[in-house]
Design a protein around this ligand. Sequence first.
Ligand SMILES: Cc1cc2nc3c(=O)[nH]c(=O)nc-3n(C[C@H](O)[C@H](O)[C@H](O)COP(=O)(O)OP(=O)(O)OC[C@H]3O[C@@H](n4cnc5c(N)ncnc54)[C@H](O)[C@@H]3O)c2cc1C
Length: 422
Amino acid sequence: MNQVNGQSHSDAILVLGGGISGITAAVEAAEMGCTVYVVERTASLGGRVAQMHQYFPKLCPPACGLEINYQRIRKNHDRIKILTLAEVASVSGEAGAFEVTLNLQPRFVNERCTACGLCEPACPVRRPRQFDYGLGEAPAIHAPHEMALPSWYVVERSLCPPGCAKCAEACPYGAVDLTMTAKTMKLSVGSIILATGWTPYDASLIANLGFGASRNIITNVMMERLAAPGGPTHGRILRPSDGKPVRTAAFVQCAGSRDMNHLPYCSGVCCMASLKQATYLRKQNPDAQVYIFYIDLRTPGFFEDFLLQVERDDKVVLKKGKVARVEEDPATGNLQLEVEDIMGGGKLQLQTDLVVLATGMVPNARGAVPLDLQYDEYGFCTRDAQPRGVVPAGLSKGPVDVASAIQDATGAVLEAIGSMRR
Ligand SMILES: Cc1cc2nc3c(=O)[nH]c(=O)nc-3n(C[C@H](O)[C@H](O)[C@H](O)COP(=O)(O)OP(=O)(O)OC[C@H]3O[C@@H](n4cnc5c(N)ncnc54)[C@H](O)[C@@H]3O)c2cc1C
Protein backbone atom coordinates (compact mmCIF):
# COMPACT_ATOMS: atom_id res chain seq x y z
CA MET A 1 0.00 0.00 0.00
CA ASN A 2 1.29 3.47 -0.97
CA GLN A 3 -0.14 6.89 -0.18
CA VAL A 4 -1.36 8.92 -3.18
CA ASN A 5 -2.78 12.39 -2.41
CA GLY A 6 -3.12 11.28 1.21
CA GLN A 7 -5.16 8.18 0.24
CA SER A 8 -4.20 4.51 0.49
CA HIS A 9 -3.32 3.11 -2.94
CA SER A 10 -2.29 -0.35 -4.09
CA ASP A 11 -0.44 -1.22 -7.29
CA ALA A 12 -1.29 -4.91 -6.93
CA ILE A 13 -3.61 -6.66 -9.40
CA LEU A 14 -6.03 -9.45 -8.64
CA VAL A 15 -6.45 -11.79 -11.60
CA LEU A 16 -9.59 -13.87 -11.21
CA GLY A 17 -9.25 -17.13 -13.13
CA GLY A 18 -6.11 -19.14 -13.87
CA GLY A 19 -6.79 -20.19 -17.47
CA ILE A 20 -4.64 -19.02 -20.38
CA SER A 21 -6.13 -15.48 -20.17
CA GLY A 22 -5.48 -15.17 -16.43
CA ILE A 23 -2.01 -16.71 -16.64
CA THR A 24 -1.09 -14.35 -19.49
CA ALA A 25 -2.38 -11.32 -17.59
CA ALA A 26 -0.45 -12.41 -14.48
CA VAL A 27 2.94 -12.82 -16.18
CA GLU A 28 2.58 -9.65 -18.27
CA ALA A 29 1.65 -7.61 -15.18
CA ALA A 30 4.43 -9.13 -13.06
CA GLU A 31 7.00 -8.46 -15.78
CA MET A 32 5.88 -4.81 -15.66
CA GLY A 33 6.67 -4.76 -11.93
CA CYS A 34 3.20 -5.31 -10.42
CA THR A 35 2.40 -7.69 -7.59
CA VAL A 36 -0.25 -10.11 -8.86
CA TYR A 37 -2.63 -12.43 -7.02
CA VAL A 38 -4.04 -15.17 -9.26
CA VAL A 39 -7.26 -16.44 -7.71
CA GLU A 40 -8.36 -19.77 -9.21
CA ARG A 41 -11.37 -21.73 -8.01
CA THR A 42 -10.04 -25.18 -8.97
CA ALA A 43 -6.92 -26.84 -7.53
CA SER A 44 -4.57 -25.72 -10.31
CA LEU A 45 -3.85 -23.23 -13.07
CA GLY A 46 -4.39 -24.24 -16.70
CA GLY A 47 -8.10 -23.72 -17.36
CA ARG A 48 -9.77 -25.41 -20.33
CA VAL A 49 -6.60 -25.31 -22.44
CA ALA A 50 -5.01 -27.90 -20.13
CA GLN A 51 -7.86 -30.27 -21.09
CA MET A 52 -7.14 -30.10 -24.82
CA HIS A 53 -5.17 -32.72 -26.73
CA GLN A 54 -3.75 -30.21 -29.21
CA TYR A 55 -4.69 -26.72 -30.13
CA PHE A 56 -5.23 -25.24 -33.53
CA PRO A 57 -3.97 -23.88 -35.81
CA LYS A 58 -0.51 -25.42 -35.21
CA LEU A 59 -1.78 -28.51 -33.38
CA CYS A 60 0.65 -27.99 -30.49
CA PRO A 61 0.03 -29.85 -27.26
CA PRO A 62 -1.15 -27.45 -24.54
CA ALA A 63 2.08 -28.18 -22.64
CA CYS A 64 3.90 -25.83 -25.09
CA GLY A 65 2.04 -22.66 -24.25
CA LEU A 66 1.41 -23.49 -20.61
CA GLU A 67 4.98 -24.50 -19.79
CA ILE A 68 6.43 -21.29 -21.27
CA ASN A 69 4.08 -19.31 -19.07
CA TYR A 70 4.77 -21.47 -16.01
CA GLN A 71 8.48 -20.68 -16.47
CA ARG A 72 7.64 -16.98 -16.55
CA ILE A 73 5.59 -17.46 -13.37
CA ARG A 74 8.52 -19.23 -11.67
CA LYS A 75 10.90 -16.41 -12.72
CA ASN A 76 8.53 -13.89 -11.17
CA HIS A 77 7.62 -15.97 -8.12
CA ASP A 78 8.30 -13.03 -5.80
CA ARG A 79 5.59 -11.01 -7.58
CA ILE A 80 3.01 -13.67 -8.51
CA LYS A 81 1.04 -15.32 -5.69
CA ILE A 82 -1.12 -18.25 -6.79
CA LEU A 83 -4.21 -18.91 -4.69
CA THR A 84 -6.06 -22.07 -5.74
CA LEU A 85 -9.38 -23.46 -4.48
CA ALA A 86 -10.16 -19.78 -3.95
CA GLU A 87 -13.10 -17.56 -4.80
CA VAL A 88 -13.97 -13.94 -4.15
CA ALA A 89 -16.41 -13.48 -1.25
CA SER A 90 -16.59 -9.69 -1.12
CA VAL A 91 -15.13 -6.54 -2.67
CA SER A 92 -15.24 -3.00 -1.33
CA GLY A 93 -13.47 0.23 -2.22
CA GLU A 94 -12.61 1.55 -5.65
CA ALA A 95 -9.96 1.52 -8.37
CA GLY A 96 -6.54 1.88 -6.74
CA ALA A 97 -7.86 0.74 -3.36
CA PHE A 98 -10.04 -2.37 -3.51
CA GLU A 99 -10.34 -4.53 -0.39
CA VAL A 100 -11.10 -8.11 -1.40
CA THR A 101 -12.02 -11.02 0.84
CA LEU A 102 -11.37 -14.52 -0.50
CA ASN A 103 -12.77 -17.86 0.61
CA LEU A 104 -10.13 -20.60 0.36
CA GLN A 105 -11.14 -24.26 0.48
CA PRO A 106 -8.76 -26.76 2.08
CA ARG A 107 -6.59 -28.88 -0.22
CA PHE A 108 -5.76 -31.45 2.50
CA VAL A 109 -2.29 -31.73 0.92
CA ASN A 110 0.56 -29.35 1.70
CA GLU A 111 3.64 -28.13 -0.16
CA ARG A 112 5.66 -31.21 0.91
CA CYS A 113 3.79 -33.16 -1.83
CA THR A 114 6.15 -34.32 -4.59
CA ALA A 115 3.31 -35.70 -6.76
CA CYS A 116 4.92 -39.18 -6.43
CA GLY A 117 1.46 -40.78 -6.61
CA LEU A 118 2.00 -43.34 -3.80
CA CYS A 119 -1.23 -42.19 -2.14
CA GLU A 120 -3.44 -43.04 -5.14
CA PRO A 121 -3.50 -46.85 -4.91
CA ALA A 122 -4.11 -46.57 -1.15
CA CYS A 123 -7.36 -44.67 -1.70
CA PRO A 124 -10.44 -46.96 -1.66
CA VAL A 125 -12.61 -44.48 -3.64
CA ARG A 126 -13.01 -44.41 -7.40
CA ARG A 127 -15.28 -41.82 -8.99
CA PRO A 128 -15.71 -40.26 -12.46
CA ARG A 129 -12.79 -37.92 -13.21
CA GLN A 130 -14.17 -34.41 -13.70
CA PHE A 131 -11.09 -33.36 -15.66
CA ASP A 132 -12.03 -36.03 -18.26
CA TYR A 133 -15.67 -34.87 -18.25
CA GLY A 134 -16.60 -38.10 -16.49
CA LEU A 135 -15.01 -40.44 -19.08
CA GLY A 136 -12.30 -41.79 -16.78
CA GLU A 137 -12.00 -42.51 -13.07
CA ALA A 138 -9.86 -41.06 -10.29
CA PRO A 139 -9.39 -41.69 -6.58
CA ALA A 140 -10.53 -39.12 -4.00
CA ILE A 141 -6.86 -38.06 -3.68
CA HIS A 142 -5.50 -37.18 -7.09
CA ALA A 143 -3.30 -34.83 -9.11
CA PRO A 144 -5.44 -32.03 -10.57
CA HIS A 145 -3.98 -32.86 -14.01
CA GLU A 146 -0.66 -33.62 -15.69
CA MET A 147 0.18 -29.93 -16.27
CA ALA A 148 -1.03 -28.70 -12.91
CA LEU A 149 0.57 -25.74 -11.19
CA PRO A 150 0.88 -26.23 -8.30
CA SER A 151 1.38 -29.94 -8.92
CA TRP A 152 0.42 -30.94 -5.37
CA TYR A 153 -2.34 -33.50 -5.04
CA VAL A 154 -5.77 -32.59 -3.70
CA VAL A 155 -8.30 -34.60 -1.69
CA GLU A 156 -12.00 -34.48 -2.55
CA ARG A 157 -12.85 -34.88 1.11
CA SER A 158 -16.62 -35.26 0.66
CA LEU A 159 -15.94 -38.65 -1.01
CA CYS A 160 -13.77 -40.08 1.79
CA PRO A 161 -15.27 -42.99 3.79
CA PRO A 162 -15.69 -42.00 7.47
CA GLY A 163 -12.45 -42.32 9.43
CA CYS A 164 -10.36 -43.25 6.36
CA ALA A 165 -6.80 -41.85 6.37
CA LYS A 166 -5.18 -44.41 4.07
CA CYS A 167 -3.73 -41.70 1.80
CA ALA A 168 -2.06 -39.96 4.76
CA GLU A 169 -0.60 -43.30 5.94
CA ALA A 170 0.76 -44.05 2.43
CA CYS A 171 2.46 -40.67 2.01
CA PRO A 172 6.20 -40.89 2.85
CA TYR A 173 6.53 -37.08 3.02
CA GLY A 174 3.84 -36.22 5.56
CA ALA A 175 2.15 -34.12 2.88
CA VAL A 176 -1.46 -35.22 3.49
CA ASP A 177 -3.16 -33.23 6.24
CA LEU A 178 -6.81 -34.24 6.58
CA THR A 179 -7.34 -31.69 9.39
CA MET A 180 -7.04 -28.64 7.10
CA THR A 181 -10.02 -26.27 7.25
CA ALA A 182 -11.47 -23.53 5.06
CA LYS A 183 -9.98 -20.04 5.49
CA THR A 184 -10.64 -16.49 4.50
CA MET A 185 -8.00 -14.04 3.33
CA LYS A 186 -8.00 -10.29 2.75
CA LEU A 187 -6.15 -8.60 -0.11
CA SER A 188 -5.62 -4.94 -0.99
CA VAL A 189 -5.44 -4.49 -4.75
CA GLY A 190 -5.63 -1.59 -7.18
CA SER A 191 -7.48 -3.41 -9.94
CA ILE A 192 -9.21 -6.66 -10.80
CA ILE A 193 -8.84 -8.55 -14.09
CA LEU A 194 -11.76 -10.87 -14.64
CA ALA A 195 -10.56 -13.93 -16.60
CA THR A 196 -13.16 -16.48 -15.55
CA GLY A 197 -13.55 -18.17 -18.94
CA TRP A 198 -16.24 -20.61 -19.93
CA THR A 199 -18.12 -23.84 -19.26
CA PRO A 200 -19.25 -26.22 -22.03
CA TYR A 201 -22.95 -25.95 -22.86
CA ASP A 202 -24.93 -28.75 -21.21
CA ALA A 203 -25.56 -31.15 -24.11
CA SER A 204 -28.23 -33.07 -22.19
CA LEU A 205 -30.53 -30.08 -22.78
CA ILE A 206 -30.57 -30.80 -26.55
CA ALA A 207 -33.03 -33.69 -26.37
CA ASN A 208 -33.04 -34.63 -30.10
CA LEU A 209 -29.27 -35.23 -30.19
CA GLY A 210 -29.39 -38.05 -27.64
CA PHE A 211 -26.60 -37.03 -25.25
CA GLY A 212 -26.94 -39.15 -22.12
CA ALA A 213 -29.02 -41.80 -23.92
CA SER A 214 -25.91 -43.39 -25.45
CA ARG A 215 -22.31 -43.40 -24.19
CA ASN A 216 -21.20 -43.18 -27.82
CA ILE A 217 -22.66 -39.70 -28.19
CA ILE A 218 -20.02 -37.42 -26.71
CA THR A 219 -19.26 -33.69 -26.79
CA ASN A 220 -16.32 -31.92 -28.39
CA VAL A 221 -14.61 -31.34 -25.03
CA MET A 222 -14.89 -35.07 -24.26
CA MET A 223 -13.30 -35.82 -27.63
CA GLU A 224 -10.27 -33.76 -26.55
CA ARG A 225 -9.89 -35.99 -23.49
CA LEU A 226 -10.32 -39.20 -25.55
CA ALA A 227 -7.47 -38.06 -27.82
CA ALA A 228 -5.18 -36.76 -25.05
CA PRO A 229 -2.31 -39.03 -23.91
CA GLY A 230 -3.21 -38.20 -20.29
CA GLY A 231 -6.89 -38.99 -20.89
CA PRO A 232 -8.99 -42.04 -19.98
CA THR A 233 -7.85 -44.11 -22.98
CA HIS A 234 -4.25 -42.83 -23.00
CA GLY A 235 -4.94 -41.05 -26.26
CA ARG A 236 -6.61 -43.88 -28.21
CA ILE A 237 -9.94 -42.76 -29.62
CA LEU A 238 -12.13 -45.69 -28.60
CA ARG A 239 -15.89 -46.02 -28.28
CA PRO A 240 -16.88 -45.33 -24.68
CA SER A 241 -19.48 -48.15 -24.65
CA ASP A 242 -17.27 -51.07 -25.72
CA GLY A 243 -13.71 -49.76 -26.17
CA LYS A 244 -13.72 -50.60 -29.91
CA PRO A 245 -11.70 -48.38 -32.31
CA VAL A 246 -13.82 -45.75 -34.04
CA ARG A 247 -14.24 -46.51 -37.76
CA THR A 248 -16.90 -43.90 -38.51
CA ALA A 249 -17.66 -40.68 -36.69
CA ALA A 250 -20.08 -37.83 -37.28
CA PHE A 251 -19.54 -34.33 -35.94
CA VAL A 252 -22.70 -32.32 -35.32
CA GLN A 253 -21.90 -28.63 -35.65
CA CYS A 254 -23.87 -25.92 -33.82
CA ALA A 255 -25.14 -28.49 -31.29
CA GLY A 256 -27.34 -26.08 -29.37
CA SER A 257 -25.54 -23.05 -30.80
CA ARG A 258 -27.17 -20.37 -32.98
CA ASP A 259 -30.43 -21.74 -31.63
CA MET A 260 -32.93 -19.53 -29.81
CA ASN A 261 -33.86 -22.48 -27.55
CA HIS A 262 -30.28 -22.96 -26.37
CA LEU A 263 -27.31 -20.66 -27.09
CA PRO A 264 -28.38 -18.04 -29.63
CA TYR A 265 -24.79 -17.06 -30.44
CA CYS A 266 -21.94 -18.68 -32.38
CA SER A 267 -19.02 -19.75 -30.16
CA GLY A 268 -16.62 -19.05 -32.99
CA VAL A 269 -14.23 -21.95 -32.36
CA CYS A 270 -16.39 -25.08 -32.72
CA CYS A 271 -15.92 -25.46 -36.50
CA MET A 272 -12.15 -25.28 -36.09
CA ALA A 273 -12.35 -27.64 -33.10
CA SER A 274 -14.23 -30.29 -35.13
CA LEU A 275 -11.88 -29.95 -38.12
CA LYS A 276 -8.99 -30.39 -35.70
CA GLN A 277 -10.63 -33.40 -34.05
CA ALA A 278 -11.25 -34.98 -37.46
CA THR A 279 -7.45 -34.91 -37.92
CA TYR A 280 -6.98 -36.69 -34.56
CA LEU A 281 -9.14 -39.55 -35.75
CA ARG A 282 -7.72 -39.72 -39.24
CA LYS A 283 -4.13 -39.82 -37.93
CA GLN A 284 -4.95 -42.71 -35.62
CA ASN A 285 -6.99 -44.68 -38.08
CA PRO A 286 -6.19 -44.23 -41.80
CA ASP A 287 -9.40 -46.09 -42.71
CA ALA A 288 -11.67 -44.03 -40.50
CA GLN A 289 -14.49 -42.16 -42.23
CA VAL A 290 -15.49 -38.79 -40.82
CA TYR A 291 -18.62 -36.72 -41.53
CA ILE A 292 -18.97 -33.11 -40.42
CA PHE A 293 -22.54 -31.75 -40.62
CA TYR A 294 -22.70 -27.97 -40.49
CA ILE A 295 -24.99 -25.00 -41.09
CA ASP A 296 -22.07 -22.74 -42.10
CA LEU A 297 -18.39 -23.52 -41.68
CA ARG A 298 -16.80 -20.61 -39.86
CA THR A 299 -13.02 -20.58 -40.18
CA PRO A 300 -12.11 -16.89 -40.24
CA GLY A 301 -8.83 -15.37 -41.44
CA PHE A 302 -5.84 -17.68 -41.63
CA PHE A 303 -7.92 -20.56 -40.21
CA GLU A 304 -9.17 -20.96 -43.79
CA ASP A 305 -5.84 -22.67 -44.56
CA PHE A 306 -6.61 -25.33 -41.96
CA LEU A 307 -10.03 -25.92 -43.53
CA LEU A 308 -8.43 -26.33 -46.97
CA GLN A 309 -5.97 -28.84 -45.52
CA VAL A 310 -8.76 -30.95 -44.02
CA GLU A 311 -10.85 -30.65 -47.20
CA ARG A 312 -8.05 -32.35 -49.13
CA ASP A 313 -8.67 -35.52 -47.13
CA ASP A 314 -11.27 -37.52 -49.09
CA LYS A 315 -12.15 -39.50 -45.94
CA VAL A 316 -13.55 -36.34 -44.37
CA VAL A 317 -16.97 -35.44 -45.78
CA LEU A 318 -18.09 -31.87 -45.07
CA LYS A 319 -21.84 -31.70 -45.57
CA LYS A 320 -24.15 -28.73 -45.20
CA GLY A 321 -26.84 -30.42 -43.17
CA LYS A 322 -28.77 -30.02 -39.94
CA VAL A 323 -28.79 -33.12 -37.76
CA ALA A 324 -32.38 -33.61 -36.68
CA ARG A 325 -32.04 -36.76 -34.57
CA VAL A 326 -29.46 -39.18 -33.17
CA GLU A 327 -30.51 -42.52 -31.71
CA GLU A 328 -28.60 -45.55 -30.51
CA ASP A 329 -29.21 -49.06 -31.77
CA PRO A 330 -29.15 -50.85 -28.39
CA ALA A 331 -27.99 -54.13 -29.96
CA THR A 332 -24.78 -52.72 -31.46
CA GLY A 333 -24.24 -49.35 -29.75
CA ASN A 334 -24.13 -47.83 -33.26
CA LEU A 335 -25.77 -44.49 -33.83
CA GLN A 336 -28.47 -43.73 -36.35
CA LEU A 337 -28.51 -40.13 -37.59
CA GLU A 338 -31.24 -38.32 -39.48
CA VAL A 339 -29.91 -35.25 -41.28
CA GLU A 340 -31.76 -32.53 -43.18
CA ASP A 341 -29.79 -32.04 -46.38
CA ILE A 342 -29.70 -28.25 -46.70
CA MET A 343 -28.41 -28.06 -50.29
CA GLY A 344 -29.89 -31.22 -51.81
CA GLY A 345 -33.18 -31.19 -49.94
CA GLY A 346 -34.73 -34.21 -48.25
CA LYS A 347 -33.39 -36.30 -45.41
CA LEU A 348 -30.23 -38.37 -45.14
CA GLN A 349 -29.91 -41.46 -42.98
CA LEU A 350 -26.51 -42.51 -41.70
CA GLN A 351 -25.00 -44.95 -39.20
CA THR A 352 -21.78 -44.27 -37.30
CA ASP A 353 -19.73 -45.66 -34.39
CA LEU A 354 -19.41 -42.32 -32.62
CA VAL A 355 -21.18 -38.95 -32.65
CA VAL A 356 -19.43 -35.80 -31.43
CA LEU A 357 -21.64 -32.86 -30.53
CA ALA A 358 -19.90 -29.55 -31.16
CA THR A 359 -21.35 -27.67 -28.20
CA GLY A 360 -20.58 -24.03 -27.50
CA MET A 361 -19.05 -22.03 -24.67
CA VAL A 362 -21.08 -20.51 -21.82
CA PRO A 363 -19.44 -17.60 -19.94
CA ASN A 364 -18.61 -17.95 -16.22
CA ALA A 365 -18.38 -14.23 -15.54
CA ARG A 366 -21.81 -13.61 -14.01
CA GLY A 367 -21.60 -13.59 -10.21
CA ALA A 368 -17.83 -14.23 -10.11
CA VAL A 369 -17.30 -10.97 -8.23
CA PRO A 370 -20.01 -9.33 -6.10
CA LEU A 371 -19.84 -6.04 -8.04
CA ASP A 372 -22.30 -4.32 -10.31
CA LEU A 373 -20.81 -5.52 -13.62
CA GLN A 374 -22.40 -5.05 -17.04
CA TYR A 375 -23.21 -8.07 -19.19
CA ASP A 376 -24.58 -8.55 -22.68
CA GLU A 377 -27.72 -10.64 -23.24
CA TYR A 378 -25.66 -13.85 -23.25
CA GLY A 379 -23.81 -13.24 -19.97
CA PHE A 380 -20.49 -12.05 -21.42
CA CYS A 381 -19.02 -8.91 -19.80
CA THR A 382 -19.43 -5.89 -22.01
CA ARG A 383 -16.19 -4.34 -23.22
CA ASP A 384 -16.84 -1.00 -21.58
CA ALA A 385 -19.14 0.37 -18.87
CA GLN A 386 -17.52 -1.73 -16.14
CA PRO A 387 -16.71 -0.14 -12.74
CA ARG A 388 -13.31 1.61 -13.02
CA GLY A 389 -10.54 -0.78 -12.04
CA VAL A 390 -12.42 -3.92 -13.14
CA VAL A 391 -11.21 -5.20 -16.50
CA PRO A 392 -12.67 -8.31 -18.19
CA ALA A 393 -10.30 -10.40 -20.33
CA GLY A 394 -10.42 -13.36 -22.73
CA LEU A 395 -13.51 -15.56 -22.72
CA SER A 396 -15.29 -13.52 -20.06
CA LYS A 397 -15.88 -10.90 -22.81
CA GLY A 398 -16.91 -13.16 -25.68
CA PRO A 399 -16.03 -16.41 -27.47
CA VAL A 400 -12.40 -16.39 -28.63
CA ASP A 401 -9.60 -18.79 -29.50
CA VAL A 402 -6.42 -19.04 -27.45
CA ALA A 403 -4.35 -16.60 -29.51
CA SER A 404 -7.06 -13.93 -29.24
CA ALA A 405 -7.48 -14.62 -25.51
CA ILE A 406 -3.75 -14.06 -25.01
CA GLN A 407 -3.79 -10.79 -26.97
CA ASP A 408 -6.83 -9.60 -25.10
CA ALA A 409 -5.35 -10.47 -21.69
CA THR A 410 -2.17 -8.55 -22.53
CA GLY A 411 -4.25 -5.49 -23.40
CA ALA A 412 -6.28 -5.94 -20.20
CA VAL A 413 -3.09 -5.51 -18.14
CA LEU A 414 -2.41 -2.08 -19.66
CA GLU A 415 -6.00 -1.09 -19.00
CA ALA A 416 -5.83 -2.37 -15.40
CA ILE A 417 -2.60 -0.50 -14.66
CA GLY A 418 -3.97 2.67 -16.27
CA SER A 419 -7.22 2.46 -14.33
CA MET A 420 -5.57 2.30 -10.92
CA ARG A 421 -3.05 5.03 -11.56
CA ARG A 422 -5.39 7.57 -13.12
C1 LIG B 1 -14.01 -28.13 -28.03
C2 LIG B 1 -13.14 -26.91 -27.98
C3 LIG B 1 -11.87 -26.98 -28.52
C4 LIG B 1 -11.07 -25.84 -28.53
N1 LIG B 1 -9.86 -25.93 -29.14
C5 LIG B 1 -9.13 -24.81 -29.29
C6 LIG B 1 -7.92 -24.86 -30.04
O1 LIG B 1 -7.53 -25.92 -30.54
N2 LIG B 1 -7.23 -23.70 -30.25
C7 LIG B 1 -7.67 -22.50 -29.72
O2 LIG B 1 -7.01 -21.47 -29.95
N3 LIG B 1 -8.81 -22.44 -28.96
C8 LIG B 1 -9.54 -23.56 -28.74
N4 LIG B 1 -10.67 -23.50 -27.99
C9 LIG B 1 -11.00 -22.24 -27.26
C10 LIG B 1 -10.20 -22.17 -25.92
O3 LIG B 1 -10.61 -23.23 -25.09
C11 LIG B 1 -10.43 -20.81 -25.23
O4 LIG B 1 -9.97 -19.78 -26.08
C12 LIG B 1 -9.65 -20.71 -23.91
O5 LIG B 1 -10.04 -21.71 -23.02
C13 LIG B 1 -9.89 -19.32 -23.27
O6 LIG B 1 -9.14 -19.25 -22.08
P1 LIG B 1 -9.65 -18.44 -20.79
O7 LIG B 1 -8.50 -18.38 -19.87
O8 LIG B 1 -10.28 -17.15 -21.20
O9 LIG B 1 -10.81 -19.33 -20.16
P2 LIG B 1 -10.72 -20.79 -19.41
O10 LIG B 1 -9.81 -21.70 -20.13
O11 LIG B 1 -12.14 -21.22 -19.23
O12 LIG B 1 -10.11 -20.43 -18.00
C14 LIG B 1 -10.86 -19.77 -17.01
C15 LIG B 1 -10.34 -20.12 -15.62
O13 LIG B 1 -11.06 -19.35 -14.64
C16 LIG B 1 -11.44 -20.19 -13.56
N5 LIG B 1 -12.64 -19.62 -12.94
C17 LIG B 1 -13.89 -19.57 -13.45
N6 LIG B 1 -14.72 -18.93 -12.61
C18 LIG B 1 -13.98 -18.58 -11.53
C19 LIG B 1 -14.28 -17.90 -10.32
N7 LIG B 1 -15.51 -17.46 -10.05
N8 LIG B 1 -13.28 -17.70 -9.42
C20 LIG B 1 -12.03 -18.16 -9.68
N9 LIG B 1 -11.69 -18.81 -10.82
C21 LIG B 1 -12.65 -19.01 -11.74
C22 LIG B 1 -11.69 -21.54 -14.22
O14 LIG B 1 -11.62 -22.59 -13.26
C23 LIG B 1 -10.54 -21.58 -15.26
O15 LIG B 1 -9.36 -22.10 -14.70
C24 LIG B 1 -11.52 -24.61 -27.96
C25 LIG B 1 -12.80 -24.56 -27.41
C26 LIG B 1 -13.62 -25.68 -27.44
C27 LIG B 1 -15.03 -25.59 -26.93
